[in-house]
Design a protein around this ligand. Structure first.
Ligand code: NFS
Ligand code: SF4
Length: 637
């Protein structure tokens, strides 16, 4: 690989990086380089900053240096650091879920005029699932109970297992969670307890700390599962849509607005308001308004509204470098503070909207759910104003984009399976596994991590798994990579799928009745929508009469970066799924902790982590895991 190829496999991004170099902009790619070489202590997890006697590092050869000042050994330090990541991730996901639940409650109480229950069928399904009475009751009353049940997950004072876990898991899995005493009863309590557990001079037992971490990771799951359900109720459950992805989705003749962050409460309103405001954009000399998505709020509006993907996490700055981005409206999470300094060199307005996410010097417009459409319109007017200041000489949009077929919520995926097997849709997948056509199912999740070339691991693992007949679903920035690289369309199947996988696709395409062919990878939505993938594996387990840990299913985060990704990986392990991570996390500094999460976890949960930075080897290992599970199932049968 040349130095240039080491940056990214995304052609559009490479063009923009060249432009950045020409004009002397430093991007996250330059800053990643500047961080090398990494400090080995931090990089392997044996640096402790939990109290201010520290930082303490593990210096095994120095007398007195093999432990922290308080006596914490490497395993305590590594375990504590690891689970504190989980606490961060769980708080981000669950707070996002809480915000949606609160909004839904206010809708039912008639306090918010701009939101409504868009999908009453989903409301009924969720109500039934969690045991809310529906017979003869009004939509508002059911909505209130569902929203209150969700809010109760965060602060209930009595011992009751979390509802979105108990209602989504099968009994054999719930038994594992109970037997290992990691079933949570209160999201906020678990997060707080985990911070308490890892305070200086508290828990030193790495196994106990990891179990506390897993309990909190399950809260992460709960928060995202309810976020998915309630977002579907509010904004609709996505159906297949055709759109496009990559920087080429930014249009020179339009007012371009990127929605970036995670929460659909804002982005949905921006999309809605934009549809009504094309005339204002035209009055300013543009041909209309073009909304594009970055990161997971982009995935949310892609799934439900067919909004195009501009790019994913590592290349968010490059959207501004096109010179044609008039406003970037951001809510929470994964928004680089550097956006603002880049925007300064252009006419681009960075608009922050949430009380817990501000960037010095950027424009802050407090988003108000009570006047959601008005807030969204104000933002769009800012963009239209900015457009008037756009310097045409600075515009260069890479002519690079791919067709995307997305919108595969579990419901819409099953609807397609239903066309092949009307009585038992999930059987379509299981029959294909039992016939040896496909080896199983893989979930791609997670971020970009510039410890490796941008999007390279995502792309390579997927190509390898396709060749090996693995059915693939994806969320988050992984899914966005596939969109840009042409794996979210039918051509991807022709190009990369093995013979068995092609046969399954041929059967599905024949019956699906879509205007376009099905994509190689099924885009299931944002990171909170990893809950949809978990519902899929649970459905498979039920139909196969197995526990989750026996289903030929594997998860991968080829370019994991955020605390949220660590939390997601951890609940996947607790729920029985093998999880590949394509970067070596700061855990390897303790052999004991590393062994717990990569080996012992398998004995206890059936799920486990493995680290592999080489994507070809990683895919090979994933295929082996699927084959092993299939082999065991054949013996069992
Ligand atoms: Ni997930 Fe999605 Fe992307 Fe990573 Fe960030 S946007 S919530 S955390 S970087 S996948
Ligand atoms: Fe050092 Fe212990 Fe404080 Fe950590 S908690 S910084 S190991 S003294």
């Amino acid at each position: 690989m040349s130095e240039k190829e080491k940056r990214t496999v995304d052609v559009a991004a490479a063009q923009m990086l060249d432009k950045a170099q020409e004009i002397g902009f430093l991007t996250t790619f330059d800053r990643a380089k500047a961080q090398e070489p990494r400090c080995t202590f931090g990089n392997t997890g044996i640096c402790c900053r939990i109290c201010i006697q520290g930082p303490c590092r593990i210096l095994p050869k120095k007398p007195g240096g093999n432990k922290g000042i308080c006596g914490a050994a490497d395993y305590t330090i590594v375990a504590r650091n690891t689970v504190r990541y989980i606490a961060g991730g769980a708080s981000a996901h669950s707070d996002h879920g809480r915000h949606i639940a609160e909004t839904l409650l206010h809708v039912a109480e008639g306090k918010l005029k701009d939101y409504q229950v868009t999908d009453p069928d989903k409301l009924m399904r969720v109500a039934k699932k969690i045991g809310v009475e529906t017979e003869g009751r009004s939509v508002d009353d059911i909505t209130k109970d569902v929203a209150n049940a969700a809010l109760d997950e965060f602060g209930r004072m009595h011992e009751q297992d979390l509802t979105w876990i108990t209602s989504n898991c099968i009994d054999s899995r719930l038994a594992v969670l109970h037997n290992t005493t990691i079933m949570p009863t209160n999201i906020n309590l678990s997060i707080a307890q985990l911070l308490h557990q890892t305070h200086v001079g508290n828990d030193a037992d790495p196994v106990n700390i990891i179990f506390g971490g897993l309990k909190t990771a399950l809260c992460d799951y709960d928060g995202m599962a309810l976020a998915t359900d309630l977002s579907d109720i509010l904004f609709g459950t996505g159906v297949p849509v055709v759109t496009e992805a990559n920087l080429g989705a930014i249009k020179a003749d339009k007012v371009n607005i990127a929605v970036h962050g995670h929460n659909p409460l804002l982005s949905q309103m921006v999309v809605k308001a934009a549809r009504e405001m094309n005339d204002e954009a035209k009055a300013a000399g543009a041909s209309g308004i073009n909304i594009v998505g970055i990161c997971c709020t982009g995935n949310e509006v892609l799934t439900r509204e067919g909004v195009a993907i501009a790019t994913n996490f590592a290349t968010q700055e490059l959207a501004i470098l096109t010179g044609a981005m008039d406003a970037m409206v951001v809510d929470v999470q994964c928004i680089m503070p550097s956006l603002r300094s880049l925007a300064e060199c252009y006419h681009t307005k960075i608009v922050t909207t949430m009380p817990i996410m501000k960037i010095p010097g950027s424009y802050h417009l407090a988003f108000d759910e009570h006047h959601a459409i008005d807030s969204a319109k104000e933002i769009i007017r800012l963009a239209i104003d900015a457009y008037k200041n756009r310097d045409a000489a600075k515009v260069s949009i890479p002519d690079v984009k791919s067709t995307v077929v997305a919108g595969f919520t579990l419901e819409s995926l099953l609807n397609i399976f239903k066309k092949v097997n009307p009585d038992n849709p999930i059987r379509v997948l299981i029959d294909a596994i039992e016939a040896g056509e496909i080896k199983g199912v893989a979930l791609f999740a997670g971020c970009n991590n510039l410890k490796g070339p941008h999007d390279y691991n995502h792309l390579t693992v997927a190509q390898e798994l396709a060749k090996n007949d693995v059915f693939m679903v994806a969320t988050g920035c992984a899914a966005q990579c596939f969109g840009k690289e042409g794996l979210l369309n039918g051509e991807g199947v022709q190009k990369y799928a093995g013979e068995g996988l092609k046969k399954l696709f041929a059967r599905l395409n024949e019956k699906a009745g879509l205007t376009t062919e099905l994509p190689l990878v099924f885009h299931m939505g944002s990171c909170v929508d990893n809950s949809r993938a978990q519902e899929l594996v649970t459905l498979m387990a039920k139909e196969m009469g197995l526990d989750n840990a026996e289903v030929p299913y594997v998860a991968t985060a080829p370019e994991a970066m955020s605390e949220k990704a660590i939390a997601i990986g951890s609940w996947n392990v607790a729920l029985g799924n093998p999880v590949h991570v394509g970067v070596v996390p700061p855990i390897v500094g303790s052999t004991l902790v590393n062994d717990i999460v990569t080996k012992i976890a398998e004995d206890v949960f059936g799920g486990f982590f493995f680290w592999e930075t080489d994507p070809v080897k990683a895919a090979g290992k994933m295929v082996e895991i699927l084959e092993e599970r299939n082999w065991k199932n054949r013996i069992r049968a």
